[in-house]
Design a protein around this ligand. Structure first.
Ligand code: ARG
Length: 458
């Protein structure tokens, strides 16, 4: 017969094997071991300070916990195997501690429940993870800014409805994505306001009758403040949802960027060249150079958004306070966080390993009617009402299409036949460079404005 569990004092029979397996979270919450040990040491230190345990108890507990930490770090799979019967990381560590230091180990859980323990660990982990993710996002931003600097003078069509709309600088395009990731960074920073609050001391649900010092653990663990309602604290997983929402948002941004790269890599567009090391081939069709990286990033977006959905469904209608459903938070959170980090990492490398096909971009914009608005604006600046100018240019477009030419294919007389306001400078106006630089207002695509935008970025 198996040994009784730590919580089995009132039970006569031991658990069914199938329950043990179903109930166990050790295989994934092992990822919290560092935070669990850190929080346990602080908890024990506080207990000693408050004379709930002795100083010698604390010293033995701290030493034991640190030993466990190095054992886990030495061989994590061996440690997991040894503790495979334990329900979760908290039980496993406590059990190991008692095996190591004897009865003193049994004092660690005084004035604490796994319900406040697990969220203390999770919040510490998430704080650290937000820092990692922010660093990666900043590296991605940096990469986009570098590309923007490099590609300011490359001109390509900008699209609306996937229709060539107006000429833009490629630098402006890269900065558009940089702007999106800036917002994601600020979301991460903002989420700390609600995350960085110490729940330790909430106990199982109602607090504790021991004279603990929550200010002390808050400070020692590096939290900004502490929770003010134990019932809310042990049930709150808002911060998990918020993180998953931000991860989803980042994935949406990465996925749109990926989609652009996939389109740009088609033979039809041919706007970019992917370096061989970052493209894949087909096992059957030798001519192919596939954009697997952005396709996978686009594909993985689904699972991250799925996690947010799943977490919200898990939380839906849960009554106060702790319910075992809440154990479902971790596996999904870890997966979402791993995925978003992996995708950012590879997008950084991917972006560094593509080259803009400048000539193809330029010929696309040149062989288009994307200067139509500029021609209308030209007439407006000479006194025509915009609507009238718009219809003159509409006629020019229809005429050009029927003759299979672009605006530069018209003679000045042909322009003048539509409006006497046209002069020879119209040929300058319709050049892609002129069109780009004409949009010289803050936030616009003129090369001067793109440079100014880059200069403003910290
Ligand atoms: N493994 C549990 C979780 O992840 C820890 C808390 C268990 N609490 C309890 N009352 N059974 O949520």
């Amino acid at each position: 017969m198996q040994e009784k569990k730590l919580w089995q004092a009132r039970f006569e029979a031991s658990s069914a094997e199938i329950l043990n397996e179903f109930n166990s979270s050790l295989s994934f919450d092992i990822r919290l071991y560092k935070e669990d040990i850190q929080a346990s040491i602080v908890h024990a230190k506080m207990l000693a300070k408050q004379q709930i345990i002795t100083k010698t108890d604390f010293q033995a507990i701290e030493k034991g916990l640190l030993e466990i930490k190095s054992e886990i770090e030495k061989d994590i799979s061996l440690w997991l195997e040894k503790n495979s019967q334990e329900e979760d990381i908290h039980m496993a560590i406590e059990k190991e501690l008692t095996a190591k230091i004897g009865d003193i180990g049994k004092k660690l859980h005084t004035a604490r429940s796994r319900n406040d323990q697990v969220i203390t660990d999770l919040k510490l982990w998430l704080k650290y993870e937000i820092q990692n993710l922010s660093e990666l996002l900043n590296e991605l931003r940096q990469t986009l800014v570098e590309k923007a600097k490099q590609d300011i003078d490359i001109i390509l069509p900008g699209y609306t409805h996937m229709q060539q709309a107006q000429a833009i600088s490629l630098g402006h395009f890269w900065l558009a994505y940089e702007n999106k990731f800036v917002r994601d960074l600020s979301r991460l920073e903002d989420s700390l306001k609600r995350l960085d609050i110490n729940p330790l001391g909430s106990g199982a649900l109602a607090g504790t009758s021991y004279p603990i010092d929550r200010e002390f653990t808050t400070k020692e663990l590096g939290f900004k403040s502490m929770t003010t309602n134990s019932l809310d604290a042990v049930s709150d997983r808002d911060y998990v949802c918020e993180y998953e929402f931000i991860a989803s948002m980042i994935m949406l941004h990465l996925s749109s960027l990926s989609e652009e790269m996939i389109i740009w890599n088609t033979q039809e567009f041919n706007f970019i060249e992917i370096s061989d090391a970052y493209a894949t081939g087909s096992s059957m069709m030798p001519q192919k150079k596939n954009p697997d990286i952005p396709e996978l990033v686009r594909g993985k977006t689904g699972r991250v958004i799925g996690v947010l959905n799943a977490m919200m469904m898990t939380l839906k209608s849960l009554p106060l306070s702790y319910n075992k459903d809440l154990q479902e938070d971790k596996e999904m959170l870890f997966m979402a966080s791993d995925t978003v980090k992996k995708c950012i990492r590879i997008m950084i490398d991917f972006l560094k390993n593509i080259k803009a096909n400048k000539d193809k971009m330029y010929s696309s914009i040149k062989n288009s009617y994307a200067s139509a608005t500029d021609i209308a604006d030209y007439l407006v600046k000479k006194g025509l009402a915009f609507r009238d100018a718009y219809s003159i240019v509409g006629e020019l477009v229809a005429n050009a299409i029927s003759r299979n030419i672009y605006f530069e294919g018209f003679s000045l007389d042909e322009f003048k036949a539509k409006s006497q306001l046209f002069e020879s400078d119209i040929f300058e106006i319709i050049k892609p460079e002129t069109c780009v630089d004409a949009r010289d207002i803050p936030g616009g695509t003129s090369r001067k404005q793109v440079k100014a935008a880059i200069a403003k970025i910290k």
